[in-house]
Ligand binder design. Sequence first.
Ligand code: PBG
Length: 323
Amino acid sequence: MLKPRIRPRRLRGTPEIRRMVRETRLSLDDLIYPLFVTYEKEARKPIPSMPGQHQLSIDNLVKEAAEAKALGIPAIILFGIPEKKDALGSDSYDPHGIIQQAVCAVKETVSGLLVITDVCFCEYTDHGHCGVIKNNDVDNDATLELLARQVVSHAKAGADIVAPSGMIDGMVGAIRTGLDEAGFEKMPILSYAIKYASSFYGPFRDAADSAPQFGDRRTHQMDPVNVREALREAELDVQEGADLLMVKPALAFLDVISRVKDRFDLPLAAYNVSGEYAMVKAAAQNGWIDEKAITLEILTSIKRAGADLILTYHAKDVARWLA
Ligand code: PBG
């Protein structure tokens, strides 16, 4: 009989030994919980394509943030749905805009919870694009000025970290300059450095009412087939002063996460986006998959690929499962 001398199975024989040799651990410390805040009063409107997620009025957002904190989730990221949209997305930099009010309310009420703001224009413009439109395209340099304005208003409202997500060239540099000039030298920038023009954002655009009214985002978000370009994008953001990097989406881009992690030393986040969440929820509701096992496997795979932090709508469920 053939007798192998080397048997990898020796390290898999019992739960105890498997526990000892585990290479990757998913922790509550890694999670960032995305939340949608609407100008509407007393709202807790379910988002149909994202079961368990809601558009929340400010009072309900504060409750949700307090619950997240109580569950041990360290951070939330906020997306705003303003009452009025216009060509410039002016609510996004209004000192009394939806996001500024929301940040203020959460910071006043819930202590010990990091509040990150998404910095973009698509939820605030009537055309649904991520910046100022000129000749049917996002005008890069005109958008930079407004981005700096938006970010300073978030900082004044009390945001702990700002996260620009528009894939506008030079956005990190413009934001760093804007923050520093306004006296917010200590504000960290979490850059959505590598964001693909992905079909996985579909449910989010319903949730945030941010679908483009014409065209698409392919002139600024990256082509999903590229990976060397991702390294170039990350390098530029590092040079411009990003403090943390993000790859988005996560699951279909694990190779990108891995490549970025190998090359750069900044903390790396990955966004487990709305479409990834919707697929798991839909299959689970049909009884076709084991939701807990699949979710933990997916999130652990994102960590194994190299992400230090994960933005995920599953955060509250995970907090309960890991407790
Ligand atoms: C832009 C933004 C988007 C997402 C996060 N920030 C949408 C987009 O680029 O169209 C998507 C997140 C998700 O799908 O969960 N403000």
